[in-house]
Design a protein around this ligand. Sequence first.
Ligand code: ATP
Ligand code: MG
Ligand code: MG
Length: 343
Amino acid sequence: GAVVGILGGGQLGRMLALAAARLGLRCHVFDPAPDAPAAEVSAHHTCAAFDDAEALRAFGAAVDVVTYEFENIPTAALDLLEGLCAIRPGREALRVSQDRLTEKDWLTGLGLACAPYADVPDRAAFAAALKRVGAPAILKTRRFGYDGKGQMRVTSAEADLPDAPAILEGVVPFEAEISVIGARGPDGSVACFDPGRNVHEGGILRTTTVPAGLPGSVLTDAVIQTGRILNALDYVGVLGVEFFVVQGGLIVNEIAPRVHNSGHWTQDGCTICQFEQHVRAVAGWPLGDGARHSDMVMTNLIGDDVSRVPDLARDPACALHLYGKAEMRAGRKMGHVNRRVGG
Ligand code: ATP
Ligand code: MG
Ligand code: MG
């Protein structure tokens, strides 16, 4: 059977590998950490850095298709893999999403609404940027941010700023946050999961709830916008789109060219989950039916939340997903629990 290469061996890679195994596919994970969560559930693990050209070439030659669990794959690594194996989703999705400024320009060009934003290449550009987007605002590093890292809320031009290329975004007074996990197959077919409602704490996703409890028109619009993004990128695989719901419509917060934390509920709320859907798409299988059969609340187990596991394990409505991380750290995602509600 086909060998699926996965760049990045964190929990997303691990759950991709588990889904691939169920389809009879073998995974080969590339991750510098010897104890990467995906490594122990994959047939092969290349334990090397993303700038190790020799290791990358051998990896590319050993797999049929390469996919990834994070968007910050160095361009040089992709250049090396190009030609050795298919890269799915394709490089355009990475180009767009690796840099918040590029991403917002691209989304705006597609006619989608983003928060007011301005480029802040250096400290000197900050005051004018703040004037343009208005206070309060959020300064975000253009690259490498996740879980709210590299962000700071600013209210005045005197703020003490980090020295990295950044963008400044106006604070959106949202009523709710939702996300759509969408999939597109190599034949151009599109399937989206039900939009979920997300609650963040300290910049980290805490819970996702489906159904989202918002008007059908809003949810349909979110799905349509996700379909437009998938088609415009000629995308193959699963993509997450985060939205702010405001009076009068939707604002796209960001896109992630991969399986997404806010899609974890699909593991126990749908016949085909986001991980299987992604593997199907990148391996050239038909997309599965992602219809939701249960109402769900997904809760991340962050840091010492894992101490709740014995109790959660006794709850018949809970499905536990633990990532096998040896070391617990504050703010670290250790697992999640999908709780079936109602019905
Ligand atoms: P991840 O990739 O892990 O989702 P991230 O580090 O890329 O997170 P963002 O999604 O940009 O971070 O922001 C994290 C959270 O901070 C958002 O989900 C939202 O709750 C809040 N936030 C970010 N930008 C804005 C904004 N412009 N207005 C209001 N809230 C915001
Ligand atoms: Mg992000
Ligand atoms: Mg986000």
